[in-house]
Ligand binder design. Structure first.
Ligand code: UDP
Length: 140
């Protein structure tokens, strides 16, 4: 059975356009409880570690540059079937291909500026939460 926790990042493009609160409203309307959130600025090293699975991809350097270009907001979210349902809520990686009404469709511009991250598995949700939050911050 799938878990009830996932993890999200409001990316620098969305934060700089002041979309953060509208996006969290949409997340809550979709049935997710925001367990914990905080503002973060990624260093190059942290961004490289977070996206290490994509090392070697042609878009990797641009992705790291983008993710370090301004503040982000990270959050742990709770809902039944969290990972799958949240991926549906945010839509496809490329906003131009995302379904109407999804967060990436509404707030994203293009694949390299797609407004929001959502974990793609329960294991990665746990890893990503541990990456950004101390154990004391996520006692839930
Ligand atoms: N990305 C990009 N160019 C691409 C593919 C991906 O800039 O051609 C970025 C994009 O921000 C995406 C992130 O890399 O969200 C991680 O890619 P992944 O394929 O894991 O997509 P996601 O799980 O975020 O939908």
């Amino acid at each position: 059975m799938s878990g009830n926790i996932t993890f999200t990042i409001i990316k620098p493009d969305a934060v700089s356009k002041n979309y953060t609160e509208a996006i969290f409203e949409k997340i809550e309307k979709a049935g997710f409880e925001v367990l914990k959130r905080k503002d973060v600025c990624l260093t190059k090293e942290l961004a490289e570690n977070f996206y290490e699975i994509h090392k070697g991809q042609p878009f990797f350097a641009g992705l790291v540059e983008f993710m370090t270009s301004g503040p982000i907001v990270v959050a742990a979210l709770k809902k039944g079937n969290a990972v799958e349902d949240f991926r549906a809520t945010i839509g496809k990686t490329n906003p131009l291909e995302a379904a109407e009404g999804t967060i990436r469709k509404v707030y994203g511009e293009m694949v390299s500026r797609n407004a929001i991250h959502g974990s793609d598995s329960d294991e990665n949700a746990q890893r990503e939460i541990r990456f950004f939050f101390t154990p004391e911050e996520v006692e839930f």
